[in-house]
Design a protein around this ligand. Structure first.
Ligand code: GDP
Ligand code: K
Ligand code: MG
Length: 267
């Protein structure tokens, strides 16, 4: 059976390089429906088991730009079998914020830790095992431009992708909001591979794409209760963002060092 892999990451993280080394010439270029943003698809290894879709390069799922809306609606609407999140190892802080948002969806994921050569050139040592444990998904060090790490990544496609174990504890008022929203979303009939907690978080943040979708599919009486909960938590989006950044900071302080000791990155 065909499995869909969505390739996601920040602009310049190396998505095109990775897409090309995995699909070779077995790729098709078109546009996303109704817009002139390029859409690329290809078969990994040519055996029609893994179909890879290259999503637009973005920094978050905030749904504020066209590219973010496209990526988010693909993730929500198509529920890809695997999220392949490529991150720039030399620019981890910014990249990992997005990773957290992606992993919170609960979709099976793999992280490609790209640009290891650049990171090492700057004297950065990344503790891959720590990162893997903290995120709860496989992390594969790579130099996509040179194809380094490709065979390890391919092995992970077959047996590695999993739902992340990562669970951020948000401030009490946010957690209380989530606890009230979850039963309402269940009552509204939300059943999806995507984690309902993630949907509730996006709702509290006021995410436009998620709000539109929820507004369309939820009964009015339930929706009113959900709106009440959102209104009662001012600047939920800032609180959520800050909690994610703090989580990322803590993970980075434990997993990245600048000393030139023996590299653990490839272990
Ligand atoms: P995209 O914007 O995510 O599609 O990124 P690209 O694949 O276009 O890569 C951006 C730039 O980084 C290009 O010049 C690539 O050749 C380069 N690049 C990609 N992967 C690596 C890598 O692992 N190491 C280094 N040094 N450069 C890379
Ligand atoms: K670059
Ligand atoms: Mg590209």
């Amino acid at each position: 059976m065909t499995q869909t892999i969505a390739l996601v990451g920040n602009p310049n993280a190396g998505k095109t390089s990775l897409f090309n080394i995995l699909t070779g010439t077995r790729q098709y270029v078109g546009n996303w429906a109704g817009v002139t943003v390029e859409r690329k698809e290809g078969w990994v290894k040519g055996d029609k088991k893994w179909k890879m879709v290259d999503l637009p390069g973005i920094y978050s799922l905030s749904a504020q730009t066209l590219e973010e809306k496209i990526a988010l609606s693909f993730i929500l609407g198509d529920e890809p079998d695997v999220l392949l999140n490529i991150i720039d190892a030399s620019n981890l802080e910014r990249n990992l914020y997005f990773t957290v948002q992606l992993l919170e969806t609960g979709l099976p994921a793999i992280v490609s830790l790209n640009m290891i050569d650049v990171a090492e050139g700057r004297g950065l040592t990344i503790d891959k095992d720590y990162l893997e444990k903290a995120l709860g998904v496989p992390v594969v060090p790579m130099v996509a431009r040179k194809g380094k790490g490709k065979s390890t990544l391919l092995k992970r496609f077959d047996n590695g992708a999993r739902r992340a174990s990562l669970k951020i504890s948000y401030p009490d008022n946010i957690e209380q909001g989530l606890a009230s929203l979850l039963p309402l979303l269940n009552e509204a009939g939300w059943t999806s591979t995507i984690d309902t907690r993630w949907l509730a978080l996006m709702w509290l943040e006021g995410n436009e794409s998620v709000s539109t979708m929820v507004n369309e599919k939820t009964e009015r009486t339930i929706l009113e209760k959900m709106n009440e909960i959102r209104k009662a938590i001012p600047s939920a989006d800032n609180q959520i963002r800050q909690a994610r950044y703090e989580w990322v900071e803590r993970i980075l302080s434990e997993s990245v060092s600048k000393e030139r000791e023996e590299s653990k990155t490839w272990s």
